[in-house]
Design a protein around this ligand. Structure first.
Ligand code: TRP
Length: 399
């Protein structure tokens, strides 16, 4: 058994959620080779109220896509709500649209790219439209010292990262909350009217000193899930790829949206790219924890090399001698974990796993593999990011 499940059993907190620490520990210790049929994993899904992405669904996705994305194969995208509905409709010729987003609040790091890369794959394989929301008010409302002026800069930079992933400009539209407020506000009010403070409190843990804007915000995040239907005057199914932390927004709005006459949006969820420091803190790669736990999309090759070598938590032995004798532990090794996200080739990854475990591959060598992989990707990405500066206007939604 390679997947070390530290908590065989975990408790739910007052709101009925699994405690964050327990959740993160379980999520990041799942390895590509050990996830199947694990009871704790299944329980996690049940407690969250999402469904497992099972064999049957994966086969159906494969039938249309012609392949299974490595993030599905490795359980990085591991859960969903109503995927069956999306595929049923798709097979009847009723295409869905994709919806995802990013609240501009800082520089883009590799963790942000995980759901976006997958979304891009879905767009290509299913040939569907994407509505990408930039809720530029969200973090102004939720972060104490963040201003709209600062967010404006992050918005610009974040848009470049999305464009750099080569989303089809004809099929991809950016929705910016304060710029598209005229399109969104009335619809957000319709949503908000059906959500009580008590529901919002239960889902997000609001208190009496939470500001009004933060309480309202979830209504704004609900709108893109049905806005294309409003604009087209025709109901279009919606699929939302997102990291699991966004689920409370959609859990709440899924109950409301059908009351407004629209399809209940479906979703597909991924776990987090772990921070370089490993499973400490909250396990989610955070840009506010600054440069020691993250790799930004604008980091140059030297910086990436330095960060990985210096900060990536190693599952290797302390001495080369011990490592050769005892082998390393890829399951806790962050460089290896990152490769499960970014190295698409299963055979290559398996070789790395085996060689590291047997002691044939040293920690420094494993890190070098990751550094090469990331820098190859980033040098391309940074080129496309430059080109993206001329393209922004093509992506902004115009009605
Ligand atoms: N709330 C998300 C964030 O903090 C941004 C977001 C808006 C989003 N709409 C979304 C994320 C839909 C995923 C799917 O970045």
């Amino acid at each position: 058994m390679n997947g070390h499940f530290i908590f065989k059993h975990f408790d739910l907190n007052d709101e009925g959620f699994i405690n964050k620490q327990d959740f993160i520990v379980i999520m990041v210790t799942v390895t590509p080779w050990e996830v199947k049929g694990n009871i704790d994993y299944d329980k996690l899904i049940k407690d969250f109220g999402v469904e497992k992405l099972d064999e049957n669904l994966i086969k159906r996705i494969e039938k249309h896509a012609g392949e299974v994305h490595h993030m599905i194969r490795r359980n990085i995208f591991f859960a969903h709500r109503d995927m069956k509905f999306i595929l049923d409709e798709y097979e009847k010729g009723n295409k869905f649209f994709l919806y995802t987003g990013r609240a501009p609040s800082g520089d883009t790091h590799l963790g942000h790219l995980v759901p976006w890369l997958f979304t891009k794959w879905l767009q290509d394989k299913f040939d569907v439209e994407l509505l990408f929301q930039f809720p530029d008010e969200e973090k102004v409302l939720f972060k104490k010292d963040l201003t709209f002026e600062e967010v404006e800069k992050h918005l610009y930079e974040n848009m470049l990262d999305v464009i750099a992933l080569d989303f089809d400009p004809k099929k991809t539209k950016f929705l910016i909350d304060t710029k598209h407020a005229d399109l969104m506000y009335k619809e957000a009010c319709k949503v908000a009217k059906h959500i009580t403070f008590s529901t919002a409190k239960g889902a997000f843990g609001f208190e009496n000193d939470t500001n009004l804007g933060a309480i309202f915000y979830t209504a704004m995040q609900a709108v893109p899930a049905f806005l294309p239907s409003v604009l087209a005057k025709k109901e279009i199914p919606c699929l939302i790829p997102h990291a699991i932390d966004q689920d409370p927004h959609f859990r709440v709005s899924r109950d409301v949206i059908p009351k407004l006459g629209h399809y209940k949006p479906a979703s597909i969820q991924c776990r987090f790219l772990p921070g370089l420091g490993g499973m400490s803190e909250d396990g989610k790669m955070s840009s506010s924890a600054a440069s020691t736990t993250t790799v930004f999309t604008t980091d140059d090759a030297k910086t990436v090399k330095k960060k990985i070598n210096k900060y990536a938590f190693s599952g290797g032995q302390v001495t080369v001698e011990d490592h050769r004798k005892l082998g390393g532990n890829p399951d806790i090794d962050v460089s290896y974990q990152w490769l499960t996200f970014f190295e698409e080739d299963d055979a290559k990854l398996k070789q790395i796993y085996d060689d590291y475990k047997s002691g044939k591959l040293l920690s420094g060598e494993l890190k070098a593999i990751l550094i090469e992989k990331l820098n190859g990707f980033l040098s391309e990405h940074q080129k496309k990011r430059e080109e993206a500066k001329k393209k922004i206007d093509q992506y902004i939604l115009k009605v």
